[in-house]
Design a protein around this ligand. Structure first.
Ligand SMILES: Nc1ncnc2c1ncn2[C@@H]1O[C@H](COP(=O)(O)OP(=O)(O)O)[C@@H](O)[C@H]1O
Ligand SMILES: [Mg+2]
Length: 395
C-alpha cells in the first residue's frame, strides 16, 4: 500500500470513528464521497510517494472536478462592490463590533500588540457577495468552490445535514484568531444566502446541484454557511506524518534544537497547538488540514469546522491537552493576548451571525473561555518550572 493510500485508509477509519462519536451512521452520500476521495487519492499516489516528507504536499487540481469552467480559472478578477443580502449586512455590521472588541484586547496587550504582517487575502468579511457559479469539492464535509457575483473565488461551506452547524466553527475560529493576533486563519465569513438563488447558481453543475439539494439546510428560505477566500497555490504541510511530525515535536520540546531557517515555522506550529486546544478543534491531524501559503513560510490553519462544537469528542480533546502538555515553547505575544481575553470579551469577539442570533451558544463561549484560562495556567506552570525565557521562547 502506498503511503498515500495508507493515509487514505487511516482517514477513512477516522471518518468512521467520527460517525460513531456523533451517532451518525455512514450513509450513501458518505460512500459516494469516499469513493471519489479514493479515486482522487489513487491518482495522487505516485506523486505523493515521491514527496520529500518534510516538504509541502500540493493538493491535486483534480480535487476540483473538471467540467465547470465558470470557476476553473485562477486569474485574479477585479473586485466589484457586491449587492448585499440581509445576512451579509448583518455580518458586516457585527464585524465592526467585533473589530472594536479585538482592539480592546489589543489595547491591554502588555506586549503592545505588535502583530505579524497580515496575508493579502482576496477578500475579508466586510465584503459580501453571493455565488454565481460553483462546483463541489469531493471531500468529507460539504464544500463548494464558487465564483461570487463580485468575481472573487471562494470556498463555500454551507450548513449541511452531514456536518450540521459546523460552518460556525470556521467563522468563530477566524474571529478568535483575529482577536488573538494570529494571522494564520483565512477569513471565514458568515453568509446567509437565498437558497433558491444558490441552487440556481449551482444548477449547471449536476454534481454540485445534487449535493446542495441533498445536504444543504434551508432556514426560512436561506442557507447559512461561510465563504472563505480561495487560496491559490495552497499546499499542505504534513505535520501528522514522519519525519516532520518528530521534527516539529523536537522544535517545541524543552531544549530541542530549531534550525534558524525553521524558527518561524516552529513558532506557527506552537501557536497552532495552543489555538486548537482553545477552540477544541479535534480534527487537525486527519490529513490536509495544515496548509502552507505559496511562499511556504506561512502556515495556514485551514479547516476549522471541527472547532467550537457543542459536544466535542472528549477523547480527542484529551489528545489536544496532551499535545499542549508536550509543548514547552510558546509565543509571548499569543499568551499576552490570551491573558487579556476574558469571557465577556470572548463573547463579543465571537459575536453574532445575524442580529439576535449569537454565532455560538453561551455554553460554547464558556467552554472556550475555560480552555483559554487552562492554556494560561499550563503556560504559567511551565514558566515556574523552566523560566520565562525558555517558555515564552517565541516572540
Ligand atoms: N479556501 C480554500 N482555498 C483553496 N482550497 C480550499 C479552500 N478551502 C478548501 N479547500 C480545498 O478543499 C478541501 C476540503 O476543504 P476542508 O475545509 O479541509 O473541508 P473538509 O472538512 O471536507 O476536510 C481542502 O483540503 C482543500 O483542498
Ligand atoms: Mg479538511
Amino acid at each position: 500500500m502506498s503511503p498515500r493510500l495508507s493515509a487514505w485508509a487511516l482517514a477513512l477509519a477516522l471518518v468512521a470513528c467520527e460517525d460513531k462519536r456523533s451517532g451518525r451512521a455512514p450513509d450513501a452520500s458518505d460512500a459516494a464521497r469516499d469513493a471519489s476521495d479514493a479515486a482522487r487519492d489513487a491518482s495522487d499516489a505516485a506523486r505523493d510517494a515521491s514527496d520529500a516528507a518534510n516538504g509541502a504536499v500540493t493538493p491535486d487540481s483534480s480535487e476540483v472536478p473538471p467540467g465547470s469552467s465558470d470557476v476553473a480559472s485562477d486569474d485574479a478578477s477585479s473586485f466589484v462592490l457586491p449587492e448585499s443580502s440581509d445576512g451579509a449586512r448583518a455580518d458586516a455590521s457585527s464585524d465592526a463590533a467585533r473589530a472594536d472588541a479585538s482592539s480592546a484586547v489589543r489595547a491591554e496587550d502588555p506586549d503592545g500588540g505588535a502583530a505579524d504582517a497580515k496575508p493579502a487575502w482576496a477578500f475579508d468579511c466586510t465584503d459580501a457577495s453571493a455565488p454565481k457559479a460553483g462546483k463541489s469539492i469531493g471531500h468529507t464535509s460539504v464544500v463548494f468552490k464558487v465564483e461570487l457575483a463580485s468575481g472573487k473565488k471562494a470556498a463555500w461551506k454551507p450548513n449541511a445535514k452531514n456536518v450540521k452547524g459546523r460552518y460556525k466553527g470556521e467563522a468563530a475560529a477566524y474571529r478568535l484568531a483575529e482577536a488573538l493576533g494570529i494571522p494564520n486563519v483565512p477569513p471565514a465569513c458568515v453568509r446567509a444566502f437565498d437558497a433558491r438563488a444558490a441552487a440556481a447558481a449551482l444548477a449547471p453543475n449536476a454534481a454540485a446541484a445534487k449535493l446542495f439539494a441533498d445536504e444543504a439546510i434551508v432556514e426560512g428560505g436561506k442557507v447559512y454557511g461561510v465563504v472563505i477566500p480561495w487560496i491559490d497555490g495552497l499546499s499542505f504541510w504534513p505535520l501528522e506524518r514522519e519525519p516532520l511530525r518528530s521534527e516539529a515535536r523536537a522544535w517545541l520540546a524543552a531544549g530541542g534544537a530549531i534550525p534558524p531557517a525553521k524558527l518561524e515555522l516552529a513558532r506557527q506550529a506552537s501557536t497552532l497547538v495552543a489555538f486548537d486546544f482553545i477552540t477544541g478543534n479535534w480534527d487537525r491531524y486527519s490529513g490536509e488540514n495544515v496548509g502552507l501559503d505559496r511562499s511556504g513560510s506561512r502556515v495556514l490553519y485551514v479547516d476549522n469546522d471541527a472547532a467550537f462544537m457543542e459536544l466535542p469528542p472528549k477523547d480527542r480533546l484529551t489528545e489536544n491537552k496532551a499535545r499542549l502538555d508536550a509543548t514547552a515553547r510558546f509565543s509571548r505575544r499569543l499568551i499576552a493576548r490570551a491573558r487579556a481575553l476574558d469571557e465577556a470579551r470572548l463573547a463579543s469577539v465571537l459575536g453574532e451571525e445575524a442580529p439576535g442570533r449569537p454565532l455560538v451558544s453561551a455554553t460554547v463561549v464558556s467552554a472556550v473561555a475555560r480552555r483559554i484560562a487552562a492554556l494560561v495556567a499550563v503556560v504559567d506552570a511551565k514558566i515556574v518550572a523552566r523560566g520565562e525565557a525558555a517558555t515564552l521562547y517565541f516572540p
